[in-house]
Design a protein around this ligand. Structure first.
Ligand code: FES
Length: 82
């Protein structure tokens, strides 16, 4: 995974299913993933992601894959549709 590649981009590149209708620009909220472990290896939530998470009524362990950047190994995710 490249440092400048979002989790969304990495998942798509790896052929993993990740929902989206905005193609990763933090509009649709469909790329929500649940972070099971390794959250400390994800980039901080910025204002854009926070707004979408609030709109989606996301739970504390959920992030937008299109707004997350991974800085280390060991991140474990799930979604409601995997
Ligand atoms: S892909 Fe639409 S908000 Fe992430």
């Amino acid at each position: 995974m490249d440092d400048d590649q979002s989790l969304f981009e990495a998942l798509r590149e790896a052929g993993q299913p990740i929902a989206s209708s905005c193609l990763g620009v933090a509009v649709c909220g469909r790329c929500l993933v649940r972070v099971r472990s390794g959250g400390e290896c994800l980039s901080a939530i910025d204002a854009v992601e926070k707004k979408v998470l609030l709109n989606e009524r996301a739970e504390p362990d959920q992030r937008l894959a299109c707004q997350c950047y991974v800085s280390g190994a060991g991140v474990v995710l799930s979604t409601d549709y995997w």
